[in-house]
Design a protein around this ligand. Structure first.
Ligand SMILES: Nc1ncnc2c1ncn2[C@@H]1O[C@H](COP(=O)(O)OP(=O)(O)OP(=O)(O)O)[C@@H](O)[C@H]1O
Ligand SMILES: [Mg+2]
Length: 206
């Protein structure tokens, strides 16, 4: 199974969730996020050859036997179109604060849907009081695409320091924080992952 985490704009949570899911699935990770030192931050969490940087213009080599999680941002060029068509699902994270994230997310989803209808929306790192309005708006605009939520958590923002995966969050925190992680974050991540785990058929069209 192959998955693409994509948003046209930055800071939505592509890398965070691509790394987390790739670790969980023991998949390879292909990233075009060279800007944020992704390799320096997370490369050591992967075994040799499983962390692949895709520079500008670099050919994307896909072996049919591979399980790959793609962490991609930027323009949808012909190289990226090939990836969009290839993957089993495209996950679009949105870290919602205002129309500044909402409108690009809608455009992103429509652009992806030209090539792959298996789209999953992830409301990520969004103020709790804003989650219902953005969830409702997305579900109304895209009734066919599931919408998941992963709350904002300072443990998630520190994962690079811990060299841990999202599930390893269970190991950190104490007292009230541990309770919040166990009762809220972990169930959210499990619900999201189990949807991805259950995607079996490719719903593609050209
Ligand atoms: N649920 C969350 N709670 C708290 N912080 C988060 C959460 N998700 C992501 N972050 C933080 O938000 C920032 C942006 O996330 P990330 O780097 O994954 O986004 P991105 O879409 O890959 O950005 P870019 O386009 O720049 O590559 C990071 O500092 C990350 O640690
Ligand atoms: Mg990134």
């Amino acid at each position: 199974m192959n998955f693409l985490f994509y948003s046209a704009i930055g800071r939505q949570g592509k890398t965070t969730h691509a790394i987390g899911y790739a670790q969980y699935k023991r998949s390879k990770l292909y990233t075009n996020d060279l800007q944020n030192a992704t390799k320096e931050l997370y490369g050591d969490m992967f075994k040799n050859g499983d962390f692949v940087e895709i520079g500008i213009g670099k050919q994307i080599e896909i072996d049919d036997s591979d399980n790959i999680v793609f962490d991609f941002g930027g323009y949808i060029d012909s190289r990226l179109v090939d990836v969009i068509k290839y993957v089993d699902a495209c996950i679009v994270p949105i870290s919602y604060q205002s129309k500044s994230e909402y409108i690009p997310a809608v455009r992103t989803i429509n652009a992806l849907a030209e090539h792959n209808k298996n789209i999953v929306i992830l409301i990520n790192n969004t103020a709790t009081k804003l989650i219902p309005e953005v969830k409702e708006a997305l579900e109304e605009t895209f009734p066919n695409y599931p919408v998941f939520v992963v709350n904002s958590s300072r443990y998630i923002s520190r994962l690079a320091n811990y060299q841990k995966t999202l599930f390893d969050l269970l190991e950190v925190g104490d007292g009230l924080e541990k309770h919040r992680i166990n009762e809220v974050l972990i169930p959210q991540i499990k619900t999201f992952y189990s949807h991805l785990d259950n995607i079996s058929s490719q719903v593609h069209y050209d």
